[in-house]
Design a protein around this ligand. Sequence first.
Ligand code: NAD
Length: 346
Amino acid sequence: MQNTLLITGGAGFIGSALVRLLIKNTDYLIVNIDKLTYAGNLDSLREVKHNARHVFKHLDICDKDAISAIFRQYQPQGIIHLAAESHVDRSIIGSAEFIQTNIIGTYTLLECAREYYANLVNKTGFKFVHVSTDEVFGSLENSGFFNETTSYDPRSPYSASKASSDLLARAWFHTYNLPIIVTNCTNNYGPYHFPEKLIPLVINNALQLKNLPIYGKGNNIRDWLYVDDHVQGLWLAFKAGRVGESYCIGGHNERTNIEVVETICQILDGLKPRADGKSYTQLITYVTDRAGHDYRYAMDPTKIQTELGWAPIESFDTGIRKTVQWYLDNQDWVRNIFDVHTRKVV
Ligand code: NAD
């Protein structure tokens, strides 16, 4: 029988990286469920477009009948759930979609999976991997790390909606024995990232000689992970993770926002020098800080490293250079995402 896995949000940044990895490195049939919001883009799946093991389903995870029908039709051995509204700034301007997709959508998937799992004859190996973020843990001061025992303390509508969905997933494990695994990862970066998030926004603005906006003084610290290292962790969690557990994923790459932006500028100064001879750093502009801006995120990934043998391949220095080069080489992808819909970058 064909091994089959459902992926939700597989036309997004991280989901598309996971689909590409699984098509390349496994024999699974991948059923990719995505609503194609402004952040979903079939062009991010162009490498697997003609592969018979990739089936795309244009669906909303809140549509219970349609999702249940997918479970019945494809009889998957598991699901890795990434579909979400994912941008903190958008959640501050309007939280309704975040509540709907991140909480109601996750609840709907859990219910569909529960019903399917209850009737599954061979339950061995079935897993529901719920993909979440380090932002559920709140904000750190200058020392310390988040780990699997850190209390939840979300501060933004986005992180509160993700925290809610994590708790629902855990409850479905304890109450219904649904084999759940929760992962909490740090900030991702890499190819196919919608240019509203810091790194692709800065690369893209710099290439257009637009201002590079930095919140506050640029001192907020994020722990950056190259997207391919994250999806490798998700695959390990699916294959070898213990059900009922959570795994924190991060590569010890803490950088202040201003360090990140200056690094990108220096790489671009080398790879694509400005015609006027100036450095891209001269485009840096400090703007009013984000409301409730968490100061620092940093992860201790010891559990996934020791239990599942996960280790990131990219350091920040190698990953950011690859990312800048990818955007230089793939300006058609950037142009397309703005052409396809009336997508608004906030
Ligand atoms: P993204 O915004 O790039 O992609 C989200 C995808 O979900 C899009 O393709 C979108 O079309 C789809 N989607 C949204 N609502 C949907 C719905 N109702 N039904 C079906 N599909 C829907 O997000 P991302 O950065 O790839 O993040 C993926 C997941 O990983 C999210 O759950 C996010 O919380 C989590 N995460 C992200 C990061 C990060 O740094 N980006 C870090 C840790 C965890």
